[in-house]
Design a binder for this molecule. Structure first.
Ligand code: ZN
Ligand code: ZN
Length: 377
């Protein structure tokens, strides 16, 4: 019988499953770390607390991240909540809504022929612009403003969809004035589309904004705004702060509250952990089962060989012949030469007469399998 090879013992799907589980553990760990990171960020009940926080962080200056500004610039990681405000809000193109971050996407919608010759609707993004104006957070107190810098890059930012529209291809075509030439041109174009397997049917436009007046929670590095322009000195009694992406650390803009955000991160961490554990169990089971079966197969092979050898010795046959005879003897009757293969597993160990009495189960691996007689030519 053929010697065992590595793949007889190792379940490769099992190994792959275990490898997948490490990816899920990594995801779980990452979400968990993000949640912990956010838990350590001080949350302010009002923007007026910022002054106090920055003073205390400059005196202790232990855990706070380094500021990008010059000497004397105090900064600290913080989480603040407030209403979105701006003196120069952005207008949407198709609706009257005002916002501070605006994203417009144009997609070409077309029908595409797949391999089976069916036409399926598909789309591709043609343009995707995000604009951001100068904006800040305010709370009811009116004593402080927090200017958010480059908020469009923040994690967790979800824009409100304010517009989605579709313009079909025919209505926008410039040359469709009904003249013979334009009809002919459109026919040629349609023909070309057809042969290419792609037919454009229209354009989809959508707009999303972070609307004025939305209450959001921002996490980032907060520092006192350095009044460099004369305009900011006019702001009088209000305190101006800047919130921006820290060099290292969390940068979030979310409509969730801080506890909600932390909870959702912990939840996703747990979810990934359970998925990872599930994959580990499945992988271990697959590997264990395959290994157990392979060991049993080897053990049965040995049992059969020993039984045949014993019988031969009892018969008092010559020693040189022994190896040859045990090697090709039917494991059931121990008389005939084996000539029947179980086609699922490939084990050849029985004569056809004995195999016919097995109910189609291979005696080595005990799995049901069709069997077939083989002839040496
Ligand atoms: Zn037999
Ligand atoms: Zn078998």
């Amino acid at each position: 019988m053929a010697p065992a090879v590595l793949s007889d013992f190792v379940s490769w799907p099992g190994v792959a499953t275990l490898a997948f589980s490490t990816v899920f553990y990594w995801l779980s760990n990452r979400s968990g770390q993000k949640a912990k990171e956010l838990e350590s960020v001080p949350h302010l009940n009002g923007l007026w607390e910022l002054g106090k926080l920055l003073e205390s962080s400059s005196s202790s200056s232990s855990s706070s991240s380094s500021s990008s500004g010059g000497k004397g610039a105090r900064s600290s990681l913080a989480s603040v909540s407030g209403r979105v405000c701006s003196e120069t809000p952005l207008k949407c193109e198709n609706v009257p809504d005002l916002g501070v971050i605006h994203r417009s996407i144009t997609k070409e919608v077309f029908m595409k022929k797949n391999d089976k010759g069916e036409w399926k609707r598909d789309n591709s993004t043609v343009t995707d612009f995000t604009r951001e104006t100068q904006w800040h957070l305010e709370d009811g107190g009116g004593k402080a403003k927090v200017h958010v810098k480059d908020g469009k890059g923040a994690t967790g930012l979800q824009l409100k969809a304010v517009f989605i529209g579709f313009e079909s291809e025919g209505s926008s075509a410039a040359g469709s004035d009904g003249s013979d030439i334009s009809i002919a041109a459109n026919l040629i174009k349609a023909g070309a589309d057809f042969w290419q397997g792609v037919k454009k049917i229209g354009t989809e436009k959508s707009e999303g904004i972070l609307p004025l007046g939305t209450t959001v929670t921002c996490v980032g590095e907060v520092s006192k705004q350095v009044s460099s322009s004369p305009a900011s000195s006019w702001s009088g009694s209000t305190n101006d702060y800047v919130l921006q992406r820290p060099i290292r650390g969390p940068f979030y803009i979310t409509t969730q509250t801080m506890p909600e955000l932390i909870q959702s991160l912990s939840r996703s961490s747990k979810r990934w952990l359970y998925v990872g554990l599930g994959f580990t169990c499945l992988g271990s089971y697959l590997i264990g089962r395959k290994l157990f079966k392979a060991v049993m197969v080897e053990w049965r092979k040995k049992q059969f060989r020993d039984a045949i050898r014993k019988k031969r010795e009892g018969g008092g046959e010559e020693e040189e012949e022994e190896e040859k005879t045990t090697e090709k003897t039917c494991v059931a009757c121990m008389e005939n030469k084996y000539d029947t293969v179980f086609t699922n597993c490939g084990h050849m160990c029985m004569c056809y007469a004995c195999a016919s009495k097995t109910n189609g189960k291979c005696p080595i691996c005990r799995e049901p399998s069709p069997y077939k007689r083989v002839y040496e030519a």
